[in-house]
Design a protein around this ligand. Structure first.
Ligand code: RP5
Length: 161
């Protein structure tokens, strides 16, 4: 249901934050590696066939001159969420600018640098528009987050004097 594309195996550790969220929310995904620069034909084919293969959203993580999300978006009207990845000499600012500054007509929803978990949650929110069970699981996850912050407030909160 969610196609997760990485520009390189060196992106795996960060992008696994996305797949962990998808697994926690019981959302099916397929993860693959494909480079806009090193394997441009494969990138085009992946995006062209994604909808007919049953995918509803694409997550694409890439670093450096990160054209992967934009190239995928060029070949499909499925929503594409781009994750700019750090690790380059410019620490992800290069990837952020490359992904977020799409020309008019071909949108890529862009999350923060290395924000793979948020990309997965955004993908789930898109899917939840037509999936009430997933909507409930997302609400439950928000409640867990509220409880975790409240527990930290109890643990670390203090007054002086
Ligand atoms: C990008 O170049 C990849 O997404 C990766 O973040 C970066 C470096 O790739 P490797 O040289 O580690 O394969 O295309």
């Amino acid at each position: 249901m969610v196609l997760v594309v990485l520009g390189s195996d060196s992106d795996l550790a960060t992008m696994e934050q996305a797949t962990a969220r998808l697994e926690k929310l019981d959302v099916a995904y397929e993860l693959t590696i494909c480079s806009a620069h090193r394997t441009p034909d494969r990138a085009a084919e992946l995006a062209r066939t994604a909808a007919q293969r049953g995918f509803r959203v694409i997550l694409a993580g890439a670093g450096a001159a990160a054209h992967l999300p934009g190239v995928l978006a060029a070949y499909t009207t499925l929503p594409v969420i781009g994750v700019p990845l750090s690790g380059s000499q410019l620490q992800g600012v290069d990837a952020l600018y490359a992904i977020v500054q799409m020309p008019s007509g071909v949108p890529v929803a862009t999350v923060g640098i290395d924000a793979a978990a948020n990309a997965a949650l955004l993908a789930c929110e898109i899917l939840a528009l037509s999936d009430d069970d997933l909507k409930q699981r997302l609400k439950a996850a928000r409640q867990e987050m509220v409880a975790a912050v409240e527990a930290k407030a109890r643990q670390y909160g203090r007054r002086f004097p």
